[in-house]
Ligand binder design. Structure first.
Ligand code: GLN
Length: 193
């Protein structure tokens, strides 16, 4: 069984644990650096990126998590998790990991449409067929620039909403809130190649 950790301070970590368990993974909450040991992958959930970042720092997880990602541990960052992974967060100096070469803008879809559902065209790899995938966007960020080698796996009106570079997969929406587990399955494939 592949062991996958979920950063479990704040936000929607419980649903990620449930989806991963439903797919047969051994999903564990991570709140302390020791809990990173033996993991084949790590999920950083949606929620409030400033809060999650500060708690990761306070509990001594920021540097260890940054290191394991740099060493190649597969990571899935969703919404706030994608913000924490981004190298650059527009107009913010908040605590974050900065391991993924993207620029991101928080709360980028305006107040009236704070939250919305969209059907996204998703391609698992460069050669794969496109399939619609449901996306739940909640006060979602927008990826505004991609560094070299960052692939777009799904886009919404021209904005990348699922991106991947090597061991890092980042989404601007919440894949754990729909019955569609393809994102988690793709991620588990990265954890147990
Ligand atoms: N707006 C949140 C932030 O900036 C992200 C929202 C989410 O994770 N659903 O951290």
């Amino acid at each position: 069984m592949v062991a996958v950790g979920v950063i479990a301070f704040q936000g929607d970590f419980q649903r990620h644990l449930e989806v991963l368990r439903r797919l047969g993974a051994e999903a564990r909450s991570v709140r302390r650096p020791e809990e990173l040991e033996g993991l084949a992958g790590l999920v950083i959930p949606g929620g409030e990126s400033t809060t999650i970042g500060l708690l990761m720092e306070r509990f001594g997880l920021l540097h260890p998590v940054r290191n394991v990602i740099r060493e190649g541990l597969p990571v899935l960052g969703t919404c706030a998790g994608a913000i924490l992974l981004a190298r650059e967060i527009e107009e913010s100096s908040q605590v974050h990991l900065g391991t993924l070469d993207i620029r991101i803008r928080r709360n980028a879809y305006g107040r009236q449409i704070d939250s919305f559902d969209a059907s996204l065209s998703f391609t698992e790899d460069e050669d794969g067929a496109e399939q619609p995938i449901p996306g739940v966007f909640i006060r979602a960020p927008r990826i505004t620039a991609l560094g070299a080698g960052v692939l777009t796996l799904a886009a919404l009106n021209g904005d990348p909403v699922v991106v991947r570079k090597e061991n890092q997969l980042a989404l601007t929406f919440h894949p754990e809130l729909t019955g569609d587990a393809r994102i988690h399955r793709l991620f588990l494939g990265m954890c147990a190649p």
